[in-house]
Design a binder for this molecule. Structure first.
Ligand code: HEM
Length: 508
């Protein structure tokens, strides 16, 4: 009788197991099969070697061995959050982009970052901070890939890899070295403006919530009538802009090298959602030549041009998985939508290639099919196959034009046309004005900000041993503003007469 009871109970449990789903608490392999033992490898008896048939062990080790993808070649250290962008002002006179529909709300994902060092480097380093926003609009994803500082070091994409090599740790020592990056910058006078900003305390934001953002380049807005304007984007933090002095940064770094990530995550977890207002400055095409500098030069701000508010972004949700969301997010300035286009800015033009290119290496050809990058509207493209394809298209017609598919281009979304004259060339821009805005910025600083700028800058410039490099750098600061030049020359004990002589020989 007892045998019958046991058999019946056994049959019952087998059939129940066959029909019931696995409890969600049961550990499984990647094929969904339950794991019976996650502590002990299968071995040949108590003393023999481990068995090749232990598929669970092999899979665990294989997957672990492949956990890393290459980190971003720049901006590797970052943190992200989800949120929403709400439009508060009607700018339909400027842009027909659906993301700017008055009163509309668009989901966003933002990744903040530092530029030069690796993915676990301290968040207290002097470095521009990235501020990249992906807007999941109804007409495709728009990425506004900006920085906290409003200008950039260089104006031509040709120089970017060299500049980054000079700023990154040296290939022979793995150490960052002011002798290397000032060697580069002493032959790159257009960087004087950005360097001046970077060496103020704005070069170390207190955290990501308390920094502004800037699109840096000029982009184009196209309205429903097809008219275009040049625009620069600015995010203004509702938390205010706050920075760290070198001493404050050193103190934080000694106890917490993740302070900015920690700050953002804990603020959002507490329901203290950070907000930024988005503004644009607008320049009509006929005003483009009205400055004594090139308005499409990324080393320049547009001084004195009013800022028009568009709306407000609120970050309200932390990622559930850092790798899948923050690390696999792929922002690209080439991801624009109808009503927003790129300008002829030579730095931006290079970025239009570089991001999608690096991402198809970093994450794969189908990076944009990943949930974090996938548009919220339907994608109907004939691009196909490739590594890790997640299947966004079906049917037999993978070409266009086709009488069979019913899918076609729509002329309503043609790009704007740009009138052009001249021949191809390789030449620097004519209106360089390398130093004026650096000087204007220096003079706008308070006495304390100037003092901190000089001591921050002297800390790095004082390490430069090559005299020609040192004096070239000092002459740039002198050319920007004589008081600035004299102060930094004194701080590094340089000969003021040589600095003044070299500055006088410089061309604006
Ligand atoms: C990231 C290239 C200038 C802001 C990157 C990445 C590359 C790159 C290859 C890594 C992208 C990835 O792996 O997903 C370049 C080139 C530039 C340039 C070639 C100039 C020709 C700029 C400028 C800005 C900027 C001017 C700011 C306006 C960013 C940001 C990220 C980034 C915010 C990180 C995006 C993220 O969080 O995933 N850049 N960059 N870059 N760049 Fe640039």
């Amino acid at each position: 009788r007892s045998l019958n009871v046991i058999t019946a109970a056994l049959l019952l449990s087998v059939s129940a197991a066959a029909s019931a789903a696995l409890a969600p608490s049961t550990l499984t392999r990647d094929n969904g099969a339950p794991v019976g033992d996650n502590q002990n490898s299968q071995t040949a008896g108590p003393t023999g070697p481990t068995l090749l048939q232990d598929a669970h062990l092999l899979q665990k080790l294989q997957r672990f061995d492949r956990e890393r993808v290459p980190e971003r070649v720049v901006h590797a250290r970052g943190t992200g959050a989800h949120g929403v962008f709400t439009v508060s002002d009607d700018i339909s006179d400027l842009s027909r982009a659906k993301v700017f529909t008055m009163g509309s709300q668009t989901p966003v994902f933002v990744r903040f970052s530092a530029v030069i060092h690796g993915s676990h480097s301290p968040e207290t380093l002097r470095d521009p901070r990235g501020f990249a926003t992906k807007f999941y609009t109804t007409e495709g994803n728009w990425d506004l890939v900006g920085n906290n500082l409003p200008v950039f070091f260089i104006r031509d994409a040709m120089k970017f890899p060299d500049m980054v090599h000079s700023l990154k740790p040296a290939p022979d020592t793995n150490l960052q070295d002011p002798n290397r990056f000032f060697d580069f910058f002493s032959q790159t006078p257009e960087a004087t403006h950005m360097l001046t900003r970077l060496y103020t305390d704005y070069g170390i934001p207190k955290n990501y919530r308390t920094m502004d953002g800037n699109g840096v380049h000029a982009y184009k807005f196209i309205n429903a009538a097809g008219q275009y304007s040049y625009v620069k984007f600015h995010w203004k933090s509702q938390q205010g802009e706050h920075n760290l002095t070198g001493a404050q940064a050193a103190k934080i770094q000694s106890t917490d090298f993740n302070h900015a990530t920690r700050d953002l995550i804990s603020a959002i977890n507490k329901g203290d959602f950070p907000k930024w207002d988005l503004f644009v400055q607008v320049l009509k095409p006929e005003q483009l030549a009205s400055f004594d500098f090139d308005a499409l030069d990324a080393t320049k701000i547009w001084p004195g041009l009013p800022e028009r508010k568009i709306g407000t972004m609120t970050l309200n949700r932390n990622p559930g998985n850092i790798f899948q969301e923050t690390e696999q997010s792929a922002f690209a300035p080439s991801n624009v939508v109808p009503g927003i286009e790129t300008s002829e800015d030579r730095l931006l033009q290079g970025r239009l290639f570089s991001y999608a290119d690096t991402q198809s290496y970093r994450i794969g050809a189908n990076a944009l099919q990943l949930p974090i990058n996938r548009p919220r509207n339907q994608v109907v493209s004939n691009n196909q196959d490739g590594s890790m394809n997640a299947g966004m298209r079906t049917g037999s017609i993978n070409y266009e034009p086709s009488r069979l598919s019913g899918v076609s281009q729509d002329e309503a979304f043609k790009s704007s046309a740009l009138p052009l004259v001249g021949s191809t060339q390789q030449a620097r821009i004519t209106k360089t004005l390398n130093f004026r805005q650096a000087g204007e910025y220096y003079r706008s600083l308070t006495a304390t900000e100037k003092k901190n700028l000089i001591s921050n800058l002297a800390g790095d410039l004082g390490q430069v041993t090559h005299q020609d490099t040192l004096y070239a750098m000092l002459s740039f600061f002198q050319k920007a503003d004589p008081e600035y030049g004299r102060s930094i020359s004194a701080a590094v004990s340089a000969d003021p007469i040589r600095v003044a002589r070299e500055a006088a020989a410089l061309r604006e």
